[in-house]
Design a protein around this ligand. Structure first.
Ligand code: FEO
Ligand code: CA
Ligand code: CA
Ligand code: CA
Length: 729
């Protein structure tokens, strides 16, 4: 992948807000001051729960439904660990089977032809999209009706984040690789736009007992980055949302660069729009064209300075409005933006909700949850009469962690509603958005992003007009209140055992040099190249002080990613073994069935030793770990890490094919099938080698017997246990 731009690894936060690592360092310094006695130091070394008590957490763990207790013949993580691998195949433990069921280009109607996979295919609006990412399962009963208990038939709602490109063209889907100069031909642009968005596809266990997708299902659906979506919540109709397409600011076209997902307590699907800004261009003199108004600062903060080139050049496909909309410049004469697409980017960057069972209803962009580079959305436990919490991260270098708290309080009657999107209106269109600030003493606070906050109202960099403006430009509001800069927050998930919230922080090449202010900034060799910063990422966890709506929390680091052979005192702080070591955690979700914490990687740092992977963890709790001291030349830095995993609590479960990312975690309610996505196998292939399959870095899944041609394809796999048991046992 060295020849590629990593579209995931970007950063636009140049505010002086603290890094999380700086906080970590301060926290430890203060802790040492607080803990003068030998006895208390020993209690921390022994892994007592002193950490959370010190950090201001309370010991009253939320009462939650515990996952089903394993049956006597079942042992969590009872499988044999999978070794690291560079093979071009999916490797699962002995006793397990992985079956490819749904790949790029697979037809979703009976009228679409089988995928030839040679660049001549058409009709992509009726096929599986590309770069399968986050994914959720929605059950069906035997007659095909929605059923929360469906274990052998259901719908998968799948994100299609992106396409594989070396330069402008998504070369695997064009016969000759496509055009890398501007203008891009309309036929190429149309294919590429159609391959983004989401799909809903029915899957079932076929007559042979193997999972397969259902080509002729009436549920099958595609939403592309041109499908009409509703703007919902506080920003609907706001001046910031008005475009030529929607002069009243109530609609936009499409959902874009969809990465993580979530499932609401009322059973709908939510999807996060991540690196959408890179798809838009701005003219070289657009700042002046806008009269250097405040939109310039907002556009810059979201990654589009004037003159920014778009990722694919879609704006050059022709004069049709569907191409022009990718040019985010002020081109018209109007004062409100209803004659051009100067405001078009304000329609992207949301958590978007769909009713997976009803393809006739447009998806709704939930603007109350803020606009940024969204990953997954994890709901805190529901308690009747209490508000709902939604946890979210912003994945760019040095961005923030957020929480939305609903105005409406939860009613159990809403768990199975007649109208899912109306229920979404109730809980997701009105509430408060908070950003996380991590304190040096191991506590943390949620700061409300409100126009009534003096720091926001008086922010010099950007003059907010109203609360909708605060939400649409949440990054700027979070800057204003001094939120803590994080190492690229990816997925989050809530531990069903104790309600604690886990966030993957994938890596951060932009982390400052190793010194007292930065507990994990180091160098790692990949071949002859030196990688710097937080190279391998870590997994943070939070414990709310008083339930989901709490304004305070405590935190620690569950695991630090590292190579098992890395310096145990400086890098491999979790003492990962060869059966556990990983780099760049990204996908993360707790299985409701078993309570296993599934961890997936999207890595470029350790890929000289292994392809990306998936691990199974059985974590403890905030504060179960120990103090470690990092000895830098400039002086010691202390940090705290969760309890060291054992072979019974962390184990590699799967390794994917070459150049893929592991992502998407969805299980059937009985826990006996786990659906996982293999994203962009063969991504490292050079377009110049398209005519010679022997030079592809991957030929998966064709080499696993799935489908025509040899071009690599993103795909969903179904994992089952040969003895019919639950996955991860
Ligand atoms: Fe699309 Fe942040 O990974
Ligand atoms: Ca290395
Ligand atoms: Ca991701
Ligand atoms: Ca990623």
């Amino acid at each position: 992948m060295e020849n590629k731009i990593d579209h995931d690894d970007i950063g636009y936060n140049d505010t002086p807000n603290e890094h999380f690592s700086e906080v970590l360092d301060k926290r430890i310094s203060r802790r040492n001051l607080l803990r003068g006695s030998v006895a208390s130091a020993i209690s921390v070394m022994m892994g007592s729960s002193a950490l959370s008590a010190c950090g201001g957490g309370n010991d009253d763990a939320p009462v939650v439904t515990k996952p089903e207790t394993p049956t006597p013949s079942e042992k969590l993580l009872g499988f044999a660990a999978v070794g690291k691998s560079l093979a071009d195949s999916v490797i699962v433990p002995a006793g397990y089977t992985a079956t490819v069921i749904y790949a790029l280009g697979d037809p979703l109607t009976t009228s679409s032809a089988a995928y030839k996979n040679d660049g001549t295919d058409t009709d992509f609006e009726n096929r599986a999209g590309d770069h399968h990412d986050g994914m959720e399962f929605f059950g069906l009963d035997n007659s095909g009706k929605p059923s929360a208990n469906g274990n052998e038939r259901g719908l998968l709602a799948v994100n299609h984040e992106a396409t594989t490109n070396e330069k402008l063209s998504s070369f695997f889907i064009h016969a000759n690789g496509g055009t890398n100069t501007l203008p891009r031909p309309a036929v190429e642009v149309d294919r590429e736009t159609a391959l983004h968005g989401i799909s809903v596809v029915e899957v079932r266990k076929g007559a042979s007992g193997k999972w397969e997708y259902v080509k002729d299902s009436a549920y099958n659906r595609r939403v592309t980055c041109l499908t009409e979506c509703d703007i919902s919540g506080p920003a609907k109709g706001n001046a910031l949302m008005k475009t030529k397409y929607s002069p009243d600011g109530s609609k936009t076209r499409g959902t874009l660069n969809n990465c993580g997902t979530g499932k609401t307590p009322w059973g709908s699907f939510v999807t996060g729009e991540e690196n959408w800004s890179g798809y838009f261009t701005r003219g070289a003199a657009d700042d002046a064209a806008r009269g250097n108004d405040k939109s310039v600062a907002a556009l810059k903060r979201y990654g589009r300075s004037q003159g920014a080139a778009s990722r694919h050049g879609w704006e050059t496909g022709g004069s049709d409005d569907k191409y022009v909309r990718w040019n985010n410049s002020k081109l018209g004469a109007s004062t409100d933006g209803t004659d051009d697409y100067r405001n078009e980017m304000n329609g992207m960057g949301y958590i978007v909700e769909a009713d997976p069972y009803n393809k006739t209803k447009a998806m709704r962009k939930r603007t109350a949850l803020g606009r940024y580079a969204h990953e997954s959305a994890a709901f805190g436990k529901t308690v009747a009469g209490q508000p709902l919490a939604v946890y979210m991260g912003d994945d760019s270098r040095n961005e923030y962690i957020y929480k939305f708290v609903s105005s409406a309080t939860w009613s159990d009657a809403d768990a199975n509603p007649a109208d899912m999107l109306a229920t979404g209106d109730k809980y997701l269109d009105s509430g408060k958005l908070f950003v996380a600030k991590f304190a040096a003493d191991g506590s943390g606070s949620w700061i409300e992003l409100s126009i009534n906050n003096a720091a926001i109202a008086a922010y010099a960099t950007y003059k907010f007009a109203d609360q909708a403006d605060v939400l649409v430009n949440a990054r700027l509001a979070a800057d204003a209140v001094g939120a803590t800069k994080m190492d690229r927050p990816e997925w989050c998930s809530v531990n069903p055992v104790n309600g604690e919230v886990y966030f993957t922080l994938t890596n951060n090449s932009g982390r400052s040099a190793p010194d007292a202010a930065n507990p994990r900034s180091y160098e790692d060799m990949k071949g002859t190249s030196t990688q710097k910063g937080n190279v391998n990422g870590h997994i943070l966890r939070l414990k709310e002080k008083d339930g989901s709506a709490s304004a305070a929390f405590s935190w620690d680091v569950y695991l630090f990613g590292a190579e098992s052979t890395a310096n145990p005192g400086m890098v491999n702080l979790s003492s990962l073994t060869a059966d556990q070591d990983f780099s760049s955690p990204d996908g993360l979700a707790f299985a409701k069935s078993t309570g296993i914490c599934w961890i997936q990687t999207d890595d470029g740092a350790y890929t000289d030793a292994t392809n990306c992977m998936m691990l199974a963890g059985v974590p403890g709790q905030v504060g179960d770990g120990k103090k470690v001291t990092l000895a830098y030349a400039a002086g010691n830095v202390d940090t705290y890490v969760g309890k060291t995993p054992t072979a019974d609590t962390l184990k590699r479960f799967l390794v994917g094919p070459v150049d893929c990312e592991l992502t998407g975690i969805a299980e059937t309610p009985d826990g006996k099938t786990l659906f996982v996505n293999i994203q962009h196998p063969g991504e490292g292939t050079s377009q110049a080698n398209l005519a010679d399959p022997a030079k592809y870095s991957s030929q998966w899944p064709a080499n696993a017997g799935y489908g025509a041609g040899k071009r690599p394809r993103s795909a969903t796999i179904a994992i089952t246990k040969n003895d019919g048991g639950r996955i991860g046992t």
